[in-house]
Write a protein that binds this ligand. Structure first.
Ligand SMILES: C[S@@+](CC[C@H](N)C(=O)[O-])C[C@H]1O[C@@H](n2cnc3c(N)ncnc32)[C@H](O)[C@@H]1O
Length: 283
């Protein structure tokens, strides 16, 4: 720790101490205006429990993505990262601040249906001098990106089937990396409701139907990506104390279709007796 980084007494001291604990570079000071503008830090510079959780999750996600981002930067002059269901674009801003800004290359495009969030993100990017950040107010399935190329797709807590829209978007753009942390899931529980069959005890009670539905949806998403030629890793994003929506599906394209995964996927949906809409896009 340099002299400048040493915590000072009072609230600001506390902030510097905890921010320095979390921040992956030795000098978080330069990012303090950005973190304040994102309301991760209060105007006084404090980090409350909620924003600490969000920051920790976003930083961890960024660190997990770093090797893939570095590979994309090595392979392309201007890799494009599409952050889908971007919300306030915490992930896009932090990823740009920590990786793309120091690299001096690479573009982040946030896609979000809520116009007011897009306007705020545009203003913050301009204020921060983040010239290679763009924002599109659109549903994921209708978003058209300048140049039409996307190298990485991220979707952090994109609600319900928006994660599936992100998967279809990634396939359409032949994204090399896809990183999904799914959110609530309602489609599968709805499909399973009242459905008979040998496995019916797995979803008889509503709470179990919801949880099993969310679990099996993510299993299907992983197999779907494998079937389309992605190598898939499923892990937890951060400790469960940081978020209940904590499953990370990380997929890297290696181009060979996987007939085994496709067969397993077909078998699984046959056993369940339901077919989520994502499978309409199964090649
Ligand atoms: C739970 S928030 C997560 C936001 C952000 N990724 C984060 O982790 O802070 C989900 C966001 O996705 C947006 N969203 C939901 N469905 C969408 C869709 N089909 N297309 C674009 N955005 C969508 C919502 O408006 C909301 O802002």
């Amino acid at each position: 720790m340099t002299r400048d980084d040493k915590p000072t007494p009072g609230k600001t001291g506390q902030l510097k101490e905890s921010l320095a604990d979390l921040w992956p570079t030795p000098r978080p000071q330069a990012s303090i205006p950005l973190l304040k503008a994102l309301h991760i830090l209060t105007r006084e510079g404090a980090l409350n429990a909620d924003s600490r959780r969000k920051l920790k999750q976003t930083l961890h996600f960024t660190q997990i993505l770093r090797p893939s981002l570095e590979a994309l930067l090595a392979a392309s002059d201007e890799p494009v990262i599409a952050d889908l269901g971007a919300g306030k674009s915490y992930l896009g801003f932090i990823l740009y601040d920590l990786v793309l800004n120091p690299a001096g290359r690479g573009r982040v495009v946030g896609v979000e249906t809520r116009e007011e969030l897009i306007e705020k993100s545009r203003a913050l990017a301009a204020e921060s001098g983040f010239a290679r950040m763009e924002f599109i107010a659109s549903p994921i399935d209708r978003a058209a990106l300048r140049g039409g190329r996307v190298d990485m797709v991220t979707a952090l807590h994109a609600c319900d089937t928006a994660t599936d829209d992100a998967i279809r978007f990634a396939l359409r753009h032949e994204a090399k990396t896809i990183a999904l942390v799914p959110c609530c899931q309602a489609e599968m529980a709805q499909l399973l409701k009242g459905r008979a069959g040998p496995l019916r005890e797995l979803w008889r009670h509503p709470i179990q139907r919801r949880e099993f539905g969310a679990h099996v949806t993510n299993v299907i998403r992983g197999l779907f990506l494998e079937a389309h030629g992605y190598k898939v890793r499923v892990t937890e994003l951060t400790g469960l104390e940081h978020s209940l929506k904590n499953e990370l599906i990380l997929a890297e394209r290696h181009q060979q279709r996987d007939a085994r995964a496709k067969g397993e996927l077909e078998r699984l949906v046959d056993q369940l007796g339901v077919r989520p809409a994502l499978l309409d896009a199964l090649d």
